[in-house]
Design a protein around this ligand. Structure first.
Ligand code: ADQ
Length: 407
């Protein structure tokens, strides 16, 4: 089925809840996990699931994402009809940018037609997970339904106002669907859990074109797949829920799925990778997460000028990092970072090129690219002061934005 499938990755959302990390880049382009960008996880899923025709729909602040796709993901051979192509919003129909996810796909109907694909798989570019889409496509075919939505069981609390929620019968046919309800309906087996939509859909291409066209004519619609299109389909067609989790297809460990839509969720998902046995296995040799990697020398942990040992505990360090007498604990460090003598980094995420001066102390913070932290600076210790300078989240994570210059 993969050969007969065209894949869209929706990657154009504003990502306002991830500000200031999305000041200059879209959410899928936000660095994650020490060397990746968020979109790498979805792209790696496509790669390992045998999907070879992938269109990435971009809109807001797309330069960084386009560059990343060009540098890291120009891996297929267009001569064989295989591609990962970034498609910017082009006002193909009407004089407006994409109005919602349904409109984003609709505005690329010409590419759907050109592909001649029988099935269209629609994915989001901003989730951290590993999933074999081949198993999803097979489920769609075997169940003989009209549309399939990938779903996951999550705590009712987590789904409130956040996810689309499906109610199914025993055959997994969706009998009710609500987008971001205040009171998600629990599943029959557990009152604390609900079945959340992962925002991934399989459509027969013919039906997709028909429903997108109908949606365009609906003047009350906000042209969103989850809000406007799916609820109508659930009433009129057979829409099945494919349950993510457990052993399916080639993936042996696939219960982990995170929508890293807020800074706190993003921070937590990074910290998950520091668990002794991380819930998402980056080390599975037959499922590497690909990315663009600059040429940098190996990481070094060495004594500083004062003679203090460089220390590195329960952390991830990308290549090109130099810890020169600094002390790094429970942190994620991207490439090319320099930690000077007796500086301490605790429970923090530092993006590429950050420099931390001697005796500076950073705790519970995220520092965006290339920021220079002066010697003896303290961040994350006095949140009242930090709030005047930086974004501080509900859970007390301090974010130092790209381009911040200390006075
Ligand atoms: P949200 O993530 O809140 O919920 P949305 O903001 O529409 O929905 O984002 C979905 C995807 O589409 C994201 O990858 C985003 O970047 C992209 N996107 C948004 N607007 C776009 C546009 N104008 N052009 C191109 N791409 C765009 C959705 C579903 C829920 C589901 C959750 C799961 O609506 O039902 O539970 O995803 O995370």
């Amino acid at each position: 089925m993969q050969n007969r499938t065209l894949t869209f990755i929706l990657a154009g959302g504003v990502g306002s809840r991830l500000l200031p990390l999305t000041l200059r880049r879209s959410k899928p382009a936000v660095p994650f996990g020490g060397k990746y960008r968020i979109i790498d996880f979805t792209l790696a899923n496509c790669l390992h699931s045998g999907l070879r025709r992938v269109l990435v729909l971009t809109q807001y602040k797309s330069h960084s994402l386009h560059k990343h796709l060009r540098d890291g993901w120009s891996i297929f051979n267009p001569e064989l009809g295989e591609y990962i192509t970034a498609v910017p919003a082009q006002m193909n129909y009407g004089d407006h940018w994409y109005e919602g996810t349904a409109d984003a796909v609709f505005q690329n109907l010409n590419l759907i037609d050109r592909s001649d694909a029988d099935f269209t798989l629609i994915l989001s570019g901003d989730h951290i997970y590993r999933m074999d889409y081949e198993a999803l496509l097979r489920f769609h075919k075997d169940h003989g339904g009209d549309v399939t939505v990938a779903c996951i069981e999550v705590a009712v609390e987590r789904a409130k106002d956040a996810f689309g929620v499906a109610v199914t019968n025993e055959q997994m046919l969706i009998v009710d669907y609500k987008e971001k309800p205040k009171q998600p309906t629990p599943i029959a087996a557990d009152p604390n859990k609900t079945l959340a939509s992962m925002g991934l859909y399989v459509f027969p291409t013919k039906l997709l074109k028909q429903v997108l066209l109908e949606d365009q004519y609906n003047t009350d619609s906000s042209h969103d797949l989850a809000k406007d299109v799916l609820p109508v389909l659930v009433q009129n067609k057979k829409v099945y829920a494919y349950k993510f989790g457990g052993k399916k297809g080639r993936v042996t460990q696939d219960r982990y799925w995170r929508d890293v839509g807020t800074i706190d969720a993003y921070y937590k998902a990074n910290m998950d990778l520091l668990e002794p046995v991380p819930p998402l296995n980056l080390y599975q040799v037959d499922w590497p997460i690909r990315t663009y990697q600059p040429q940098t020398p190996p990481a070094r942990i060495v004594p500083g000028t004062s003679g203090a040992e460089g220390v590195f505990i329960s952390s991830m360090l990308a290549s090109g990092v130099v810890v020169s007498g600094g002390n790094v604990r429970n942190s994620v460090l991207f490439e090319g970072i320099f930690i000077d003598d007796r500086a301490t980094i605790d429970q923090s995420i530092l993006f590429a090129g950050v420099q931390v001066g001697a005796e500076a102390a950073l705790r519970n913070c995220i520092v965006d690219k290339n920021v220079k932290i002066p010697p003896q600076e303290q961040i994350g210790y006095d949140l009242t002061t930090d709030r005047h300078r930086f974004t501080v989240t509900e859970q007390g994570i301090v974010v130092v934005p790209e381009g911040f210059v200390f006075g």
